[in-house]
Design a protein around this ligand. Sequence first.
Ligand SMILES: [Zn+2]
Length: 180
Amino acid sequence: MIRSPENLLPTMAERILQWAEIEPSPIVREIIVAVKCHNEREFQRWCQGSKTSSDLRSIDRRCVSLLYQSLKLTIYSAEHLTSLQIAAQSGLYPYWRLWVNTQFCVGHKSLNNFVARFDSGIWEFIYPPNGWVCGCSVTVIDTNDPLAAGSKNLVVTDKLKHQCVNWLDRKPIRQWLLMR
Ligand SMILES: [Zn+2]
C-alpha cells in the first residue's frame, strides 16, 4: 500500500514539526496552507504572527527556512504522486524510477535509478521526500526499459526499506548551510 497523497503530506509535515518541537496535530493543516500560499519571506512573517502557536513563534529563522523548503518539496511530491498513479493505472507506465538529487541527498545516492513496479510495497518506505530538503523524485519508465527488466526479481528486504528513510538522521543545520 503506497502512501496516498492525502496522507503523505500531513505525515511528512508532522515529522518535521516534531523535530522542531512543535506540537503538530492542531496546526499541521494550517501550516501546509501557509506554505502553499506564501513565499519564504511571507512564511517567516506568518510564523512570527500572533495567530500562530508560541512554539512556532519561538523557532529559529534557519529552522523556519528548512521547514518551508522541506514542506514545499513535500507538497510537490504529494501532488506528483497523483499523476504517477494515474499513469500507472492506465497500464502504460507500471514502473517507477527513483531519481536522486545528490546535492542535498547524499544519503540517498545509492538508490539513484532504483526501479520497482508502482504497486510494490517498497514505495511506502522510499517514496520521497525522505529527508530535510529532500529533492529526490520519481519518474515513470517504459516496460521495455532495461531497468524495468532488472527490477522483476526485486526482494524487499528490511535493509532496503531503511536505506532511504533517514529523515532525521542528517543534521538539519548542515542541510540549511547547503541551501545557502
Ligand atoms: Zn532525497
